[in-house]
Unconditional design. Structure first.
Length: 899
DNA sequence: ATAGGGTTAG
């Protein structure tokens, strides 16, 4: 049997494929071809060999061709080709078309092209079939070139030609060419064909020309289910998800029955929109009409349940599908990744019969989604080494993985690779690169990229990334400045949910309740308020600004709550030191059935410190239930929170026991928690041990240095103390400067210790001096042990009196009305002297003073603080490696009372 | 079917 046929020489060797497309309207129309186009049947199904005038032998080429296609036997097909050549039939157009068809069906586009080139007079069917094939495999240039050549040769396009060329427009998202074809189709009266119109609808929908699609749909004289499906898909593309359901109902009212594509479009709408119930209804309907396991419906169900269901639903649909394609497997992989089941996803990946570029991207993105940056980078390396296909998706995920491992060197390598390989062009990739730089500590590089930003499309993303990077580094004011630059552009950035949530977080951190309220309005007007994450951020903003009532009323209005919402509610009570209420929330959370996460446990355990009565038992129970009931393994953070609570209630034996039983070596935060409790309860013996362990463990930690420094200064060894501090400075351990601030009329007034930069500082200092005298009359005794500098006693007071918190509070008293509370925010903990002072101030002035520090709120009223004077110097979660300890302000967090 | 930025905790 013949195996290969040398391809016949091309009849048009001089003609190159057209590389650039001129608009169709500018093409000169060829002379009218009097031969009527063959429109009665598909161009490629030309059966009935018996009617043919050639040999009816069973070995006739035509019959062989059919057999070859049925058996998917390429060798047989080639044999038929040989037979055709031998029978000198090869110049027959209809036989040639059958040959083209055979090669295309067997996936041999290049052979089909050779057969086409061998035809002396290709007809409309020859052209259409080949154009369609080029369109489907993403080669629009060849498709359009053939279309032009067909016209040049005077072959009139028919419906099939139009559908084919439009398919290529869809593939390359060329709406302009699409509308030119549209005009041409109208001119040649092919628009009445429902298939042509449907293809046109497809082009408009995919190219984002929704109005053109709407208009065409309205003008169509004949519609079928595909027409409706195309418009429904258009609504999905436009994010008008409720419209999809409306259209579906309309279609049914007009007597059409939805097919698998309609249902899968509905499910996509439900998955992307807010249609949990809608999606389940579609599932029920699919069951009823027996389409549940249809390939496209099944795939859409997998996607829907990944968004609005549980992993069991996803797996159930997937495994019952009788026929699965790459999309199905990739969907299942994504499902497992979304539900955090990385190993199951990898398992699916290993089992897949076939993988493509998207599959690899999904795996890579899944690793990123689950915080497995290192595995993501390994996979990326594997993709590169094996020369697998990569796309923008691959690159953005790889960059994302790199930002996740946050390694400067890797980030530079990846960055260099992107530049070298020249794939930096896409705006998505650039936005991802900027974000990576910001995350790997290359904030200057990020800024450089930002200022030379070329792409408008992803500007909001880069903007958000950069703001976020600044606020992560503690550069809050720079972050806000960037925020303003975005709003003041000629083309102001439109905030989306992400940006809004982030800026709200910033408002919360800074205590900017006025800006926060304005953003609340923005959220309400834009509809972004229904976004859970925006709701959560808004809630936290109010809570952190001391507006607990505004926060809780917002909570009750939120359309839905997730774990983060509940955590935020617990945290709100926690920073207001209302432990019992925080624990009540924990009960409600369980009643509602929301799954707690590891943060929930950090919060509720910490809440046991702020309960009215001893809640050591409660916190033991919580701690034990973590693993047994919720399958959450306690981390060292949970241990230090426990130690903090146990120590607070004086259960030092239990605290020691817990530390001894830790599965891993107790880390510094555990010892810090113990140390702080010992300070509070004056447990000297244990405190010394804790300090010793801390010193051994973290000789490099700033707070350890302060500890030693305090040790020296407390015993009057100033030189040693100062030397330690100098060491510390030389090692660059100094972190953010301490400051306190207050907002008034949307302006922030920020103070350092002994700060005289404020324009009204003369007034502030005289007021403070008067206030100090008044307080001293009322019994205030400055506690100079909070001054750690080698200075004379009178100077010590000077250092103490002008701590940033005191300056900010006095300024607040000066500028606000007598009935208003003074709200000050301090970026680290209040020192004991400031704390005592504020109590006197509140009673002497009769004003309410609220100071938010790193541990939460201190609300001073009539000489009493809401913290009950048992405030932690380490914050509510003792895991805080306190960065604030070293500040010139002198508000130290570790006191020397122990020694 | 796959991608960027954030919200709770630090």
């Amino acid at each position: 049997m013949a195996t290969t046929i040398p391809p016949p020489p091309s009849p048009f060797p001089h003609m190159k494929p057209l590389l650039s497309l001129s608009p169709l309207s500018s093409l000169s129309l060829p002379p009218f071809n009097p031969k009527p186009p063959n429109v009665s049947s598909s161009p490629l199904t030309q059966p009935n060999p018996t009617h043919h005038h050639h040999s009816p032998s069973p070995f006739a080429p035509r019959r062989l061709l059919r057999l070859a296609v049925d058996r998917r036997d390429l060798d047989l097909g080639r044999a038929a080709h040989a037979a055709a050549v031998k029978a000198q039939d090869i110049e027959d157009t209809r036989l040639g078309n059958a040959l083209i068809s055979m090669y295309l069906k067997l996936g041999r586009l290049s052979d089909a092209r050779k057969a086409f080139d061998a035809l002396p007079s290709p007809d409309v069917a020859s052209f259409s079939s080949l154009i369609s094939a080029y369109a489907k495999c993403g080669r629009p240039v060849e498709a359009a070139g053939l279309f032009c050549r067909m016209r040049f040769l005077g072959v009139e396009p028919n419906e099939f030609s139009f559908v084919a060329i439009l398919t290529s427009c869809i593939r390359q998202l060329d709406g302009r060419l699409g509308s030119q074809v549209h005009a041409f189709a109208v001119k040649t009266d092919h628009c009445s064909c429902v298939h042509v119109s449907n293809a046109l609808l497809g082009v408009y929908v995919k190219c984002g020309c929704a109005s053109a699609a709407d208009q065409l749909f309205g003008e169509m004289v004949e519609r079928d289910v595909s027409s409706w499906n195309a418009v429904m898909l258009g609504m999905v593309e436009e994010c008008r998800y409720d419209e999809v359901f409306r259209l579906f109902n309309l279609m049914q009212m007009e007597g059409y029955h939805g097919d698998g594509f309609s249902l899968s479009t509905l499910l996509t709408a439900a998955a992307h929109g807010f249609g949990g119930a809608g999606g389940e209804a579609v599932h029920a309907y699919a069951l009823k009409i027996g389409l549940e396991l249809d390939l496209s419906v099944g795939n859409a169900l997998v996607g829907f349940y990944t968004q609005f269901g549980c992993v069991e639903d996803v797996a159930d649909v997937f495994w019952r599908m009788p026929i699965k394609d790459v999309t199905s497997w990739t969907g299942m992989l994504t499902g497992y990744m979304e539900f955090g089941m990385v190993e199951s996803a990898v398992d699916i990946f290993d089992q897949m019969p076939e993988r493509n570029c998207v599959t690899y991207n999904a795996l890579l993105a899944g690793y990123c989604h689950n915080g497995e940056g290192a595995r993501g980078l390994d996979l990326f390396r594997h993709i590169l080494e094996n020369d697998l296909e990569i796309s923008d998706f691959t690159l953005t995920s790889a960059i994302n993985a790199c930002g996740m491992v946050s390694d400067l060197k890797t980030s530079e390598q990846v960055h260099a690779f992107m530049i070298k390989s020249g794939c930096k062009s896409s705006s998505w990739v650039e936005a991802a690169l900027l974000d990576m730089c910001a995350k790997c500590g290359r904030i200057e590089d990020a800024e450089k990229m930002f200022t030379s930003w070329a792409h408008e499309e992803s500007f909001p993303v880069a903007w958000t990334s950069l703001i976020c990077a600044h606020s992560r580094c503690g550069l809050h004011f720079e972050a806000l400045h960037l925020f303003q630059t975005g709003l003041r552009r000629d083309d102001p950035v439109v905030m989306d949910a992400f940006a809004l949530a982030m800026i709200l977080g910033l408002c919360g951190t800074l205590g900017f309740v006025e800006l926060g309220q304005q953003l609340h309005c923005v959220a309400t007007k834009s509809g972004l308020l229904s976004d859970v994450e925006v709701g959560n951020a808004l809630f936290s903003m109010y809570a952190k600004c001391g507006r607990l009532e505004d926060a809780t009323s917002l909570f009750s209005q939120m359309p839905q709550h997730d774990t983060v919402s509940w955590n935020a509610l617990i945290m709100a009570y926690l920073i207001h030191r209302q432990g019992d209420k925080a624990l009540d929330v924990w009960d409600s959370m369980n009643m509602v059935g929301v799954k707690p996460d590891f943060i929930t446990f950090l919060l509720v355990i910490s809440a046991c410190r702020y309960t009215r009565s001893n809640s050591v038992d409660v916190c033991h129970k919580l701690f034990q239930s973590m693993e047994s009931s919720y399958n959450i393994i306690p981390t060292s953070e949970h241990y230090s929170a426990m130690v903090d609570v146990l120590g607070y209630w004086g259960s030092f034996d239990e605290a020691e026991q817990l530390i001894k039983n830790m599965p891993s070596k107790p880390n510094a935060s555990v010892w810090r928690a113990l140390l702080d409790s010992c300070r509070l309860r004056s447990n000297m013996t244990l405190g010394r041990q804790a300090a010793q362990s801390l010193l051994e463990l973290e000789p490099q930690d700033p707070s350890t240095y302060v500890l030693i420094s305090n040790l020296y200064s407390a015993s009057g060894r100033w030189h040693c103390s100062e030397k330690v501090r100098q060491d510390m400075r030389e090692k660059g351990l100094q972190k953010h400067p301490v400051r306190s601030w207050i907002t008034h009329h949307s302006t922030m007034h920020s103070f350092y210790a002994r700060d005289r930069s404020h324009p009204q500082s003369k007034d502030i200092y005289s007021a403070l001096d008067i206030l100090i005298l008044e307080c001293m009359k009322a019994g205030y005794e400055p506690d100079t042990c909070f001054v750690l500098h080698e200075v004379e006693e009178y100077q010590k007071k000077n250092f103490l009196f002008y701590h940033s918190a005191k300056l900010a509070v006095v300024y607040g008293l000066l500028i606000s009305g007598p009935d208003q509370p003074v709200r000050v925010v301090k970026n680290i903990h209040l020192c004991g002297d400031c704390h005592a002072f504020m109590k006197y101030v509140s009673s002497v002035t009769g004003r309410e003073i609220s100071v938010r520090d790193a541990s939460g709120f201190h609300n001073f009223r009539a000489g009493v603080c809401s913290c009950g004077d048992y405030w932690s110097e380490l914050g509510y979660s003792s895991s805080t490696s306190d960065q604030s300890v070293l500040q010139p302000d002198g508000c130290m967090t570790v006191r020397e009372t122990l020694f």
